[in-house]
Design a binder for this molecule. Structure first.
Ligand code: NAD
Length: 372
C-alpha cells in the first residue's frame, strides 16, 4: 500500500528541486492531512544509536520535513537493524572512525549527535568540518568553554548548530510563554523548577564523570536552568547553590547526586530549583507573577505535559515532542525560520555558563555573579 510516508520518502531524495512550500503549519488540520507536503526535506543521519537516538528515529517516521537517512555507530549489528527498519542504504552508514567521509555524501544534510555528553564536542566539530549542519543533544558540552568552541567551529564551517531542546517547541510551554509576553501573569516574580529521578545502574556513563561531565545537573538539572530562562524570559544575573550527597559510593567525586540552586534575574524575579538523581516524581515548573500563575506537572518529560494557569487548564494538544522538534528544526535549517525560544548553539552555551557557575557556587558557598 502506498502511504503518505512512502510518498514523502521518495520525495525527499529530490528535496531541493521541488517547489518551495512556505507555510509549515504543524497543526494537523484537515487541509494539511489531505495535501501532501511538497517542500524541502532535511535529510538527517543520527550519530549514537542508544535509547534516545532510538526514540528520535521512531519520532522522525512521522515528520514531514525531516527524514532519517543515515547512521553513525560503533556497533555493526545495530547498524544492520536500523538499515532494515528504516530503509537506510549502505552508503549512508558510518562508524566513529570514518564518519568524516560524510563530507562527500550529497544525500545527507545534517547529523544529530546523540552520544554521551563528553563525545559531543569532538563529534560536533568533526561534523561541522565535514560541512554538515549539526543538531546536538543536551548538554551540548561539559562546560561553557567547550560549548563556545563548538559554536565557533560551526560558524567557521558555515553550518548551522542547534541543540536538541525539544521543550522549546512544546505547545503548552509555548502557550505559557505567550501568556507571559501578553502580560497575563503581570510582573514575574518567582519560578520553581523541580527535576529529578532515581537513577539505576551505578556503572552507566551518566555516573561517570569523564563521560557525563557531572551528575544530575548535567542530565536533568539543565531542564530547570533552561526552563527558568524561558519561563521568566530573562537571563539570570547571579546563582547560589548547595549540594547534598547521601551515597558517595554511587555518586563519586565530581558526580552530583542532588543540587539545590537559586537564580536572581534583573527584573527582580528569583528562581528556586532542585536537581536530583535520588528522587522520583520531580518534574514540575511553577511560575508566579503579581497577576497570575502557571504550573506544569509533568513539565519536561516526554509527555503529555499537563499544565494550568490562573485562567484554567492548558488544552493544547500533545504531539510527540521529537516529531515536532525535528520538523521545526528542519524549517530553521532549510528556511531560516525563527523559533519562539532559540535552539541555537549559543543557547546551549548560555545554559552551560550558568551550570559552570552553579558548580562553582557549590564549591565556594558564595553568590556567583553571571553578568561578567
Ligand atoms: P545511551 O547510553 O542510551 O546511548 C548512548 C549511545 O552512544 C549508545 O548507542 C552507545 O553505544 C553510544 N556510544 C558511543 N560511544 C560511547 C562511549 N564511549 N561510551 C558509551 N556509549 C557510547 O544514552 P542516551 O540516553 O541515548 O543519551 C545520549 C544523549 O542524549 C545524552 O547526551 C543525553 O543527555 C541525551 N538525552 C536527551 C534526552 C532529551 O529528552 N532531549 C533524553 C535522553 C537523553
Amino acid at each position: 500500500m502506498n502511504t503518505r510516508r512512502d510518498f514523502l520518502q521518495k520525495l525527499s531524495a529530490s528535496a531541493f528541486t521541488l517547489p518551495f512550500v512556505p507555510s509549515l503549519s504543524l497543526a494537523s488540520t484537515d487541509e494539511a492531512k489531505e495535501t501532501p507536503y511538497q517542500g524541502p526535506v532535511l535529510r538527517v543521519a543520527i550519530c549514537g544509536l542508544g535509547s534516545y537516538g532510538t526514540r528520535v528515529a521512531e519520532a522522525m517516521q512521522s515528520c514531514k520535513m525531516a527524514k532519517l537517512v543515515g547512521v553513525i555507530s560503533g556497533t555493526p549489528s545495530k547498524v544492520k537493524d536500523w538499515q532494515a527498519k528504516y530503509n537506510i542504504p549502505e552508503k549512508n552508514c558510518y562508524n566513529y572512525e570514518n564518519f568524516d567521509k560524510i563530507k562527500d555524501n550529497k544525500d545527507i544534510d545534517a547529523v544529530y549527535v546523540i552520544t554521551p555528553n563528553a563525545l559531543h564536542k569532538p563529534q560536533v566539530i568533526r561534523v561541522a568540518q565535514a560541512g554538515k549542519h549539526v543538531i546536538c543533544e543536551k548538554p551540548i558540552a561539559l562546560n561553557a568553554a567547550e560549548g563556545q568552541a563548538m559554536v565557533d567551529a560551526c560558524k567557521k564551517a558555515n553550518v548551522k548548530f542547534l541543540v536538541g531542546y525539544r521543550m522549546h517547541f512544546e505547545p503548552k510551554t509555548l502557550e505559557i510563554i505567550r501568556l507571559r509576553n501578553a502580560g497575563e501573569f503581570g510582573k514575574v516574580l518567582f519560578f520553581q523548577g523541580l527535576t529529578g529521578f532515581r537513577i539505576g545502574d551505578p556503572n552507566q556513563w551518566r555516573l561517570n564523570k569523564e563521560l557525563a561531565g557531572g551528575g544530575s545537573m548535567m542530565d536533568i538539572g539543565i531542564y530547570a536552568v533552561n526552563g527558568a530562562r524561558y519561563m521568566i524570559g530573562e537571563e539570570p544575573s547571579w546563582v547560589t547553590a548547595q549540594e547534598v550527597k547521601t551515597n558517595p559510593e554511587k555518586f563519586k567525586e565530581g558526580v552530583d547526586e542532588t543540587i539545590t540552586f537559586q537564580m536572581g534575574f534583573p527584573g527582580g524575579a528569583i528562581a528556586s530549583c532542585l536537581s536530583t538523581y535520588t528522587m522520583n516524581n520531580l518534574d514540575r515548573f511553577f511560575l508566579n507573577g503579581d497577576k497570575g500563575f502557571a504550573e506544569m506537572q509533568p513539565s519536561t518529560g516526554y509527555g503529555p505535559i499537563k499544565g494550568r494557569t490562573h485562567l484554567g487548564e492548558l488544552t493544547q494538544p500533545h504531539n510527540t515532542h521529537q516529531t515536532i522538534q525535528m520538523d521545526e528544526m528542519a524549517a530553521i535549517i532549510l528556511q531560516g525560520k525563527k523559533p519562539v525560544v532559540p535552539v541555537d548553539g549559543e543557547e546551549g552555551v548560555r545554559d552551560l555558563k550558568i551550570m559552570d557557575a552553579i558548580y562553582k557556587a557549590v564549591k565556594t558557598g558564595k553568590k556567583e555573579d553571571l553578568k561578567a
